[in-house]
Design a protein around this ligand. Structure first.
Ligand code: IMP
Ligand code: MG
Length: 180
């Protein structure tokens, strides 16, 4: 697995420190509010589960799944809902937790969908962001790291469903994703 990487971009130690820092901010911001964390499957699973361990205020955990069509490393902008939550959001403070924001299409779709459900607030927390790739404007409330336009895997992020279990974020060798 490691042989498929060009380099390690964010180490386990850096991820851990950032996760604690974000969790401390979230704890502060959501004190006394009804927080519903919605992790976006599958990429956010590792980040969301590390993050919530350090959030020190009552919260609910839900998951949604979406898919965007296009080539494996490129999105088309058409997003569809594959798995929904089954709780009501009215009066709740929703925090969407995502692995990475690239074009922004996925987050734009989800934020609009959840806002329509009468949530008190809908905010976004992403581990990674690639600002140079943005196609639509997205307000990111919490982010871990801004990264350059390179395809990354590990810490939940995949390429063709592989590499999610790497404990750090690494840059995939371009020949792996341009192979066919
Ligand atoms: P967006 O809708 O273009 O912002 O796409 C976001 C989704 O694309 C993320 O949730 C990831 O699943 C996927 N994605 C974008 N860039 C990467 C990457 O570098 N590595 C792994 N997945 C990525
Ligand atoms: Mg994803």
């Amino acid at each position: 697995m490691i042989g498929d990487l060009q380099k390690i971009l964010i180490s386990e130690e850096e991820l851990d420190a950032k996760v604690r820092e974000l969790a401390a901010k979230i704890t502060e911001d959501y004190k006394g509010k009804e927080l519903v964390m919605i992790g976006i499957l599958k990429g956010s699973v590792v980040f969301a589960s590390d993050l919530l361990k350090h959030i020190n205020t009552p919260m609910y955990l839900e998951f949604m799944a979406v898919s965007s069509y296009g080539k494996e490393s490129e999105t088309s902008g058409i997003v569809t809902l594959k798995k929904d939550i089954d709780i009501k959001l009215s009066g709740k403070n929703v925090l969407i937790v995502e692995d990475i924001i690239d074009s922004g299409y996925t987050m734009k779709y989800l934020k609009e969908l959840l806002k329509d459900r009468m949530a008190e607030s809908v905010k976004i927390c992403t581990l990674l962001s690639k600002p140079s790739r943005r196609k639509v404007d997205i307000d990111i409330d919490y982010y871990g790291f801004e990264i350059p336009d390179e395809f990354v895997v590990g810490y939940g992020l995949d390429f063709a469903e592989k590499y999610r279990n790497l404990p750090f974020v690494g840059v995939l060798k371009p020949e792996i994703y341009t192979r066919n």
